[in-house]
Design a binder for this molecule. Structure first.
Ligand code: SF4
Ligand code: SF4
Length: 160
């Protein structure tokens, strides 16, 4: 069994005593399967179908308002299956967002590159020479003026 979804302790699920909850969000951070919902300073509650009863949310609660209640085995197994599916879907979603962000970055880089080319053409400058100078400047900014590094970068750019 994959422990990413929390240890399988018993056929149980968490229950938040909502009147006592101060909305600190500490249980949300502790839950490995996103089974707790609620916003800052508002009461929180547990999604029964996702809670695996792993108990990880209990110790962080500063007001001790999370209890564990017994459920039957079928409900416990169903919750664990749902949680695994939810967990995998959130990973996929996160990876898609990272990919989308990198595409936006590439778009921005492309725009900057096009702008530099436009400027160089406009001023009738030697595009190749100026791009090399630009690359040299960027790479030099990343080193501590170490003599060997400077020589290496100059050689590298001259060969481009
Ligand atoms: S018992 Fe585990 S799965 Fe259920 S809400 Fe708490 S941390 Fe989440
Ligand atoms: S840790 Fe306790 S007090 Fe804080 S939001 Fe969760 S249930 Fe409420």
């Amino acid at each position: 069994m994959d422990m990413d979804f929390g240890p399988n302790i018993a056929n149980q699920k968490a229950f938040i005593i909502e009147d006592e909850c101060i909305g600190c969000k500490k249980c949300i951070d502790a839950c490995p399967v996103d089974a707790i919902h609620g916003a800052s300073n508002l009461m929180h509650s547990v999604i029964d179908d996702l809670c695996t009863g792993c108990e990880l949310c209990v110790p962080p609660c500063p007001v001790d308002c999370i209890e564990l209640v017994q459920v039957n085995e079928n409900a416990s197994l169903a919750a664990r299956n749902n949680s695994e599916e939810w967990f995998q879907n959130t990973i996929k979603l996160r990876q898609r967002r990272i990919k989308e962000r990198s595409i936006v970055d590439q778009d921005n880089n492309l725009k900057i590159g096009k702008e530099i080319n436009k400027q160089l053409n406009y001023r009738s400058l030697d595009k190749e020479k100026n791009i090399k100078n630009l690359q040299r400047k960027i790479l030099m900014g990343r080193i501590d003026e170490d003599k060997d590094d400077v020589e290496f970068i100059n050689n590298l750019i001259d060969k481009l």
